[in-house]
Design a protein around this ligand. Structure first.
Ligand SMILES: Cc1ncc(COP(=O)(O)O)c(C=O)c1O
Length: 341
């Protein structure tokens, strides 16, 4: 396959803007740019998943699917964006949602509200007395059974793993990195900083940096984890990056040495607000008028600010913060939002 042969459907508005945050740059002593993947579209709440979904939905349609099935938390951005993508492509959508932050009956907010407006079929997967891994396994077993049942009725379901973290999904992010390089021809980008969950975005950015960094000036991807991950996770990200490069017909390969993950900024855990993220969200909003979210981008931004403060990012560096979206979380359950005012 080459880049242009992969099946794809157009879902978002690309290229997304990139612009400098001058006031914050002056304050921090670095050149800070923002890559606006919060504006991928097609609705107010875009985000990083749209790049992945353009290729995942393309693959689904190429395989003759009429239904998408995916997974996430009840407030999952990925699940909501998958539901949007399904409707854009004229497909049905089934979501298996883990109740990590339980909502009150009859009080659906933010992404779960949007899922319902989109008419997604929703199955809740209880987290009571279960680890996340156990809940994931139960959800996958139920989804496979549902796909088999649909097949008997003449339908074809395409199962997208949590976060859209597959080689096909990550190809969209590889090309997103290329898009950034094309937009900043005169700037040597030292770092791209982003929030990392399933690792599909990290894989795409790391692969993209390997393939498309400016000659003689490799960009380092700084991936801030938003939840704890076991050591094996990082090798999976490397494999994902290499599989995405292979799918795109690109000759480069990456290794663990190309990755930089940091587990210091998720606080007590996924969907649990942290003081440093709360401060970071308010700092960006009050300096530049731009919103981030308490689950992903706020925590990643807290990492960026700390790296600058501690000199891990040297003064004068050219830094791109990859805004992956998720701002709908500002309207989620108070337990997830934290004390922003
Ligand atoms: C807003 C936002 N940022 C970052 C991420 C992390 O992306 P990935 O799962 O590809 O690591 C997600 C994933 O859900 C997200 O919704």
């Amino acid at each position: 396959m080459t880049i242009n042969q992969l099946p794809k459907v157009a879902l978002g508005f690309f290229p997304t803007p990139v612009h400098k945050l001058q006031r914050l740059s002056d304050e921090l002593g670095v050149n800070l740019y923002l890559k606006r993947d919060d504006l991928t579209g097609p609705n107010l709440f875009g985000g990083n998943k749209i790049r992945k979904l353009e290729y995942l939905v393309g693959d689904a349609i190429a395989q003759g699917a009429d239904t998408l099935i995916t997974f996430g938390a009840t407030q999952s951005n990925h699940a909501m964006e998958t539901a949007v993508a399904a409707r854009q492509a004229g497909l049905d959508v089934i979501l298996y949602l883990e109740t990590i932050t339980p909502n009150q009956a009859g009080d659906d907010r933010a992404n779960i509200l949007v899922d319902k407006v989109l008419g997604a079929t929703i199955h809740y997967v209880s987290m009571v007395d279960r680890t996340e891994a156990e809940a994931d396994a139960i959800a996958m077993t139920q989804a496979e059974a549902e796909a088999a049942e649909l097949a008997k009725q003449g339908h074809k379901a395409y199962i997208i793993p949590v976060g859209g973290a597959t080689p096909t999904g990550s190809t969209g992010v590889v090309l997103g990195f290329k898009e950034l390089m094309d937009q900043l021809p005169d700037i040597n980008v030292d770092y791209v900083v982003h929030g990392s969950g399933t690792g599909g975005t990290a894989a795409g950015l790391i692969a993209g940096a390997k393939a498309f960094s400016k000659a003689g000036h490799p960009t380092q991807i700084l991936s801030m984890n938003v939840s704890p991950k076991p050591e094996e996770h990082y090798q999976k990200v490397v494999n994902l990056a290499n599989d995405a490069l292979h799918l795109l017909g690109l000759p480069q390969t990456v290794s663990l040495a190309d990755t930089h993950f940091d587990q210091s900024y998720f606080g007590e855990g996924y969907e649990i607000p942290s003081d440093s993220a709360t401060q970071a969200i308010k700092r960006l909003a009050q300096a530049e008028g731009i919103l981030t979210d308490p689950v992903y981008t706020g925590k990643a931004l807290a990492g960026l600010f700390d790296y600058v403060k501690t000199g891990k990012i040297a003064p004068g560096s050219n830094v791109v913060f990859w805004h992956t979206g998720g701002v709908s979380a500002l309207f989620a359950e108070p337990a997830m939002v934290g004390k922003l005012y």
